[in-house]
Design a protein around this ligand. Structure first.
Ligand code: ATP
Length: 345
């Protein structure tokens, strides 16, 4: 069942088409991530869904009800949609209890009980209830913002880069905690992020946005392994793009003959491999393609290398490889490939 349906959604800011005809179906109970470079329209999309802005065209339908179209604009507080923004947006002069209870219409004792419940749900110690937001860590503040957004029992939660202000370790832990809370509560979630790793890890549906439109919508594995074009591929992670001639499910490429995912295609095409499909070893003649390390930059667990392949047309490509063995510029290596290559049609 679809909970949220966006159809031909448009938003214009002067000459900028922030949203240029967006279609999106969000299944009930799903976690959808909207990912894309800065300025592509992600926040604009959330603001329209939340009801902070009205679209210039198109339609938003939520749970069968039209929230916005040419004739209708349901106000934000009547939509039953929660939102957690990048900095949490807590009221600085209110205590944590007052922040969470804000907008909860209930008798004091019922309200206190509900606030306790929300604190537990968000994994926060009740001892923090009397503190003000500036007496909490960034991760704790984000959990309070989540608890506040959950207080009204929304059917849809919008998360606008809620983890981006947190440092790496805390970010992963907070993301996990927030995801667990939303899953346990069965709340459909729309996450906006410019972090592709976060989108792939969080979502069951990833929508890749570029210049006010969706370039691709699919499962994390689908958008990662079968991106629509090389720009989308590069946005979702490191991509090794090679020229090839494709026929009968095989590509003739600088890395040898490789099986491809598109058995129907025939002709010249660019093909893509992800770095985890490629092995680089010092042994020679072990059945792969010979190459030479042209550059290497040690980055801890991985090293960024540029490899040159011999042959008539020298071809070089970059990738991150596990720093298993020390390699130096000039070292001769063998490149092996596992799995199938993706064809860009
Ligand atoms: P970021 O990842 O940097 O937050 P974003 O993908 O969320 O970016 P938006 O904030 O939706 O992008 O902005 C989309 C485009 O619309 C940008 O070009 C932005 O400059 C423009 N824009 C957004 N809000 C306004 C506004 N209120 N007035 C004018 N232009 C705006």
């Amino acid at each position: 069942m679809t909970l949220l349906e966006l159809t031909s959604l448009r938003k214009q800011y002067g000459p900028v088409a922030a949203l240029d005809g967006v279609d999106l179906s969000v299944p009930a109970g799903s976690r959808t991530a909207i990912v894309g470079p800065s300025g592509c329209g992600k926040t604009t999309l959330l603001r329209l869904v939340a009801g902070f802005d009205a679209p210039d065209g198109g339609r938003i339908v939520f749970g069968g009800q039209v929230l916005a179209d040419g004739a209708t604009q349901v106000p934000a507080h009547k939509r039953g949609i929660g939102i957690v923004a990048q900095d949490g947006c807590l009221f600085p002069h209110l205590t944590i209890a007052q922040n969470i209870g804000f907008g909860l219409d209930a008798e004091a004792s019922v309200k206190a009980g509900r606030i306790d419940e929300l604190m537990d749900m968000a994994g926060l110690d009740r001892a923090m209830l009397a503190r003000r937001p500036d007496q909490l860590s960034g991760g704790q503040q984000q959990r309070v913002a989540l608890a506040r957004a959950l207080a009204r029992k929304p059917r849809l939660m919008l998360l606008d880069e809620p983890f981006s202000a947190l440092d790496t370790g805390l970010r992963a832990a907070t993301r996990k905690a927030v995801t667990d809370v939303l899953t346990a509560a069965g709340i459909t979630t729309l996450l906006v992020t410019h972090d592709q790793g976060e989108a792939l890890a969080f979502a069951d549906q990833v929508a890749v946005m570029r210049a006010g439109k969706f370039a691709q919508i699919g499962s994390p594995r689908e958008v990662y392994s079968r991106p629509v074009d090389s720009t989308t591929a590069a946005f979702l992670g490191e991509a090794i793009v090679l020229p090839a001639t494709v026929a009968e499910g095989r590509a003739d490429s600088p890395l040898g003959a490789l099986p491809v995912d598109d058995t129907a295609y025939r002709g010249r095409a660019e093909i893509m491999l992800r770095p985890e499909q490629i092995s680089v070893t010092r042994q020679e003649g072990s059945g792969g393609t010979p190459g030479t390390i042209a550059e290497i930059n040690f980055c801890g667990p991985t090293s960024d290398v540029r490899i040159t392949l011999g042959g008539e047309q020298a071809f070089s490509f970059r990738l991150d490889i596990p720093s298993r063995e020390p390699l130096l510029p000039g070292d001769r290596v063998t490149i092996g490939v596992a799995g199938t290559a993706h064809v860009f049609r």
